[in-house]
Design a protein around this ligand. Sequence first.
Ligand code: M6R
Length: 367
Amino acid sequence: EKAGFDHFMLKEIHEQPKAYRDTMLGRISDDGRSVALPELKITAEQLKEINRVHIVACGTALHAGLVGKNVIENLVRIPVETDVASEYRYRSPIITPDTLVIVVSQSGETADTLAALREAQRCGARVLAITNVVGSSVAREADDVIITLAGPEIAVASTKAYSSQLIAFFLFGLYWAQTIGTKDEAEVAHVLAAMQSLPEQVEKILAQAEVLKEVVESISHHSSLFFIGRGIDYAVAMEGSLKLKEISYIHSEAYAAGELKHGTLALIEEGTPVIALLTQEDLYEKMLSNIKETKARGADVLGIINEGHEAEVAKSVDRQFAIPRTLPLLTPALSVVPLQLLSYYASLALGHDVDKPRNLAKSVTVE
Ligand code: M6R
């Protein structure tokens, strides 16, 4: 049932190209110029009335939501807040009938996410669910549902469900943008073309998995490390950090790279591993100077970079892993893959139970 892989997690990491294709299948017009989401009941008129978005989820799904915030704000230009589901109800969120609440849940059974959905509906908001399980509680109760077609996810550590949630956000963001006209047809077509290359690009990354296996030595013997990034890379850094903690039990923190010098830099010492994401070209120089700040304190830096920057970045980092080029907004669908593999190899090297990490359940049905 593991289809020749040693663990479900590794199998599921390798299923991501298929999960991307399946999640896009039938949702992109044949001419590649528009998105169709016939499953949505929300009308174009209703979509035009929405003036704020709350994305609510837990754990990895929340991290997908942080990317979703970037995607919707960029494509649709409507303010988006992302909330931890277990906090949402207790902060008296401002929910109006013009608020769209998006809940994200692989299982569709997470108690806090379900409670947030109910609270949003009680306040008169429409709820859109992005979930992997047809017929789950979240799917049944939400007003609209976009199903991710990742297929069953067995490993406790979420991989293909997360990345398929990203695909769902790209599709929904584009659909919304084309509906209200914040992006014209040519712009939508441009993003869709880039999206359709993602499965093949992930395959390219997977083919280089061995490189990461070697890099793992540099982190698995440390008790603490940092993931840094700016913008959308920061959202991915959070997911990389959670994944590593969850299955390797190595402590790590994700930091917005520019925020390090406001306190946390004090923790960087000789040999501290830092994993730096550098996929956003417009933030590139700023990232390099943040990396320099950590190197000056002795950090051992692994850069996750865009193909083509290898020679240039070599001066600033100790190790690097290049991902294929895509549009800045779509990079999380690629950059998360080396981070998943790194966690997997770290867990393996340390002899932990990769698929069933201690203290954790696949689905958290208590609040
Ligand atoms: O089923 P859900 O997406 O609602 O689950 C949410 C989290 O419990 C889940 O993503 C958790 O953080 C994962 N184990 C992370 O890998």
